[in-house]
Design a protein around this ligand. Structure first.
Ligand code: F6P
Length: 750
């Protein structure tokens, strides 16, 4: 505003100065012109009177002189006339002046002295008059003067009028200049500058303003050009910075196969990663005379195969397939995956008795129900225990053989099949860094206490440097169990156990899936759904899916009963909702599993019979092995997925379902007793023992609004993507390699 004011003042001063200057000159010229004109007229009049007055003067007839003077004294703008003798005495004078000019004015004296006419403005009786004096002579002798008095006030008025006009004009011009300046400044400067400021503000705020918003007038053309270029550079720099931050953030937060590979290489200093599990990731089986490769169902394989594919290394597992031993080299090794070998599978052979006692007996009839607390009585038989010990030793021997020549190797021992193995390895290879990851729950000390060999199991486990569980709750239970069972020192601050001078850390590491990036071409889910329904020979508007090993811990009966209750409670879904249960038969040599499979089948049939219809069934039970590619279309097209475990370490089915839902569709119903429920807060969390509430959860999942469904799935996907299996492995390995063997607190038991 101050600039506008200055501009207006400057312009006004210039305009006023020019106007006043020109008026001043005009006034001077006008004054001179009027004066000249007055003199000319006075001279003409005086000369015309001279011819008449001089004879009268010669005659000395003052009366006639007076009449003459009176007559001419009334002329326009002539204030009067007077005739004086040479001594200045008035001979005749206009009556109105007689009192005011008693003697000849000084000018008359001067004119007489110089002998020529003279003129000047003078004050007479308070009036400004123009005096013109003409010397008179009689017979060539100076006889007096004729003085003409003209009014001069009209000249002043004329000049004042000129000044008045000038001032008026200047005032109008200044007002106009002020207005025009204000408008011009507003339209051409303030407006565009404010517009540009707003534009830059938006740019600064990162709102990507439209470049059409930049003023482009004449004077702004160069600035607009520079600002546009600057904005472009800023935008590029901002995008680059954002991208860099995103990448930095992503690389910090997102674990990828490549990142894990590098991480493992750095942490293990080039040494191979060695995994030991009972279940092998690839199993050769005969179908007729042809050997087929299948990927067994189960969380360990689902989780660990992607990371072994990424990092390479060695996986030691039981060769349980009937064609396995026809597909290994002389060292019981085979490169896998068969279609694109990335790592080595070392198979361990077990006799039928060993498998019976160790795997079916002690591990799955003893430890499995012991840890899951799923109302199945654990069986602990001494002969199974003996096989368990022998089998553990067999795997330990195989591992020790493979570890020869590797300095400070890193071993990832998986699950409840190998509680004794860490100690067996550690005794032979104290330099080995060993993790024992327990994939199933750990019960409270009282529950675990019924195992006759609890001390041996715990002692064996504490040979590991790190014992991992999926949840903190299971870590707490484990530490409590150790505390109650063994003589050792518990360091609750560092969550570790010190036994015989060896420290074992106990930590939660929630396992996950690989969460693959979206496929370049999204699958046609409508087609997939149509194919599924056609294959199942059912007509249904809504699909639900469940994928499990057939295991009594998975809550399959409760799930089926919830579906029955749902249809009873909400009959409008009869003929419209079908639940597909994919179930891989598992551990069927165990009577409880064998019976359970039959129970599940019977329950499914009972419910289907109850709701019998021509081309619709509420439950489709597919009790056979399905590989991942066969399961994926169900995940992608189902409206809901049910995970209703009565007890579960983690459960990866829910996470696989989430990873498959690139479309943000589908809802997950998840048991509160699965470890996954700690992380997957946007699932519909249920108590599988509460059938009625589960039925309501099915309704909620089907009738949930699209926005809520998408928002929940979006958050679930972020959680699983962020906490993928590569992060699990990365943090596990970091933790393992950070353990310092010499780092024991003072006073530790030796
Ligand atoms: O999740 C527990 C677990 O024992 C895993 O170790 C394994 O992946 C899965 O169950 C399958 O069990 P099995 O190997 O006995 O078929």
């Amino acid at each position: 505003m101050r600039i506008t004011f200055r501009l207006i003042i400057s312009l006004a001063v210039v305009v006023a100065s020019v106007a006043l200057g020109s008026s001043f000159i005009q006034v001077r010229l006008e004054r001179a012109k009027q004066q000249e004109e007055l003199e000319r007229r006075s001279r003409l009049l005086a000369e015309s009177l001279q011819e008449t007055i001089e004879p009268l003067l010669a005659k000395g007839t003052s009366k006639q002189l007076t009449r003459l003077v009176e007559r001419f004294g009334n002329r326009e703008r002539l204030a009067g006339a007077a005739v004086f003798d040479a001594e200045g005495k008035a001979l005749a004078i206009t009556a109105s002046l007689s009192g005011l000019v008693p003697t000849a004015p000084k000018l008359a004296e001067e004119a007489l002295k110089q002998g020529k006419d003279a003129s000047r403005f003078d004050r007479v009786g308070g009036h400004r008059l123009h005096l013109y004096v003409l010397p008179l002579s009689v017979e060539s002798r100076t006889a007096g003067t004729l003085v003409l008095f003209h009014e001069a006030a009209y000249i002043d008025e004329l000049l004042s009028a000129i000044w008045r006009r000038t001032f008026g004009r200047v005032l109008v011009q200044v007002i106009l200049i002020a207005l025009v300046t204000l408008l011009v400044v507003r339209w051409s400067l303030v407006g565009p500058i404010a517009q540009m400021a707003e534009w830059m503000k938006l740019l600064r705020a990162g709102e990507a303003p439209n470049s059409a918003g930049i003023p482009r007038g004449d004077i702004f053309a160069p600035i607009a050009k520079e600002v546009t270029t600057f904005a472009k550079h800023l935008s590029v720099a901002k995008t680059a910075a954002e991208e860099e931050a995103r990448l930095r953030q992503a690389s910090e937060s997102l674990w990828t196969p490549d990142r894990l590979k590098e991480h493992v290489r750095a942490k293990l200093q080039g040494k191979p990663l060695v995994i030991i599990s009972n279940r092998e990731p690839y199993m050769h089986r005969y179908k007729g005379r042809e050997a087929q490769v299948i990927v067994p169902a189960g969380g360990v394989v689902t989780a660990l195969d992607p990371l072994m594919r990424a990092c390479g290394g060695l996986w030691i597992a039981h060769g349980a397939g009937d064609a396995d031993w026809d597909n290994v080299d002389g060292h019981s090794r085979v490169r896998v995956p068969p279609e694109d070998p990335r790592y080595t599978l070392r198979r361990v052979a077990l006799t039928k008795e060993e498998e019976e006692g160790y795997y079916y007996g002690f591990a799955n009839e003893g430890l499995w129900p012991l840890c899951h607390i799923a109302h199945v009585r654990p069986e602990f038989r001494p002969e199974d225990w003996a096989h368990y010990q022998r089998a553990n030793q067999k795997f330990a021997d195989a591992a020790l053989e493979e570890l020869q020549g590797i300095d400070s190797p890193c071993l990832l021992v998986q699950d409840y099949h190998f509680a004794l193995l860490p100690r067996m390895i550690k005794e032979k290879r104290p330099d080995a860094r060993i993790v024992l990851f327990w994939h199933i729950p750990w019960p409270n000390p009282e529950a675990f206490g019924i195992c006759p060999w609890q001390r041996e199991l715990l002692y064996g486990m504490l040979g590991a440097d790190l014992v991992g569980f999926h949840t903190q709750y299971h870590c707490n239970n484990f530490l409590e169990t150790v505390d109650r069972t063994l003589e050792c020192r518990i360091d609750r601050e560092r969550f570790s156990v010190i036994k015989e001078g060896h420290l074992t850390s106990v930590k939660p590491f929630p396992i996950s899936v690989s969460f693959p990036e979206p496929a370049a071409k999204a699958p046609d889910t409508d087609k997939e759904r149509a194919a599924i329904l056609k294959g199942l020979r059912v007509k249904a508007e809504f699909l639900g899916v469940g994928v499990e090993r057939i295991d009594y811990t998975k809550g399959l009966l409760e799930r089926f009963r919830a579906i029955e209750r749902f249809l009873d409670k909400y009959p409008r879904y009869k003929g419209r909702f079908t639940f597909v249960q994919i179930g891989a038969p598992s551990r069927t040599h165990i009577k409880r599993y064998h019976d359970f499979l039959a129970e599940v089948e019977a329950e499914g049939e009972r419910i289907n019979w109850k709701f019998k219809a021509n081309d619709w069934r509420p439950i489709v039970f597919l009790s056979e092995h399905h590989d991942h590619d066969e399961i994926a279309p169900y995940y992608r097209t189902a409206e809901l997925c049910m995970v209703t475990s009565l007890s579960d370490g983690m459960n990866l089915v829910g996470k696989e379902f989430i990873a498959a839902r690139e479309d943000l569709g589908g809802a997950l119903i998840l048991s509160q007793f699965a470890g996954a429920s700690r992380e997957l807060r946007d699932a519909l969390i249920v108590n599988p023992y509460d059938i009625d509430r589960m039925a309501d959860a099915i309704l909620y999942a089907l009738e949930m609004g699209t926005d809520e469904r998408k928002a929940r799935m979006q958050r679930l996907r972020e959680t699983v993507r962020e906490n993928n299996v590569y992060r699990w492995a990365g943090t596990l390995i970091t933790e393992l390699t950070q353990i310092r063997f010499e780092d024991l607190p003072a006073g530790t038991l030796a």
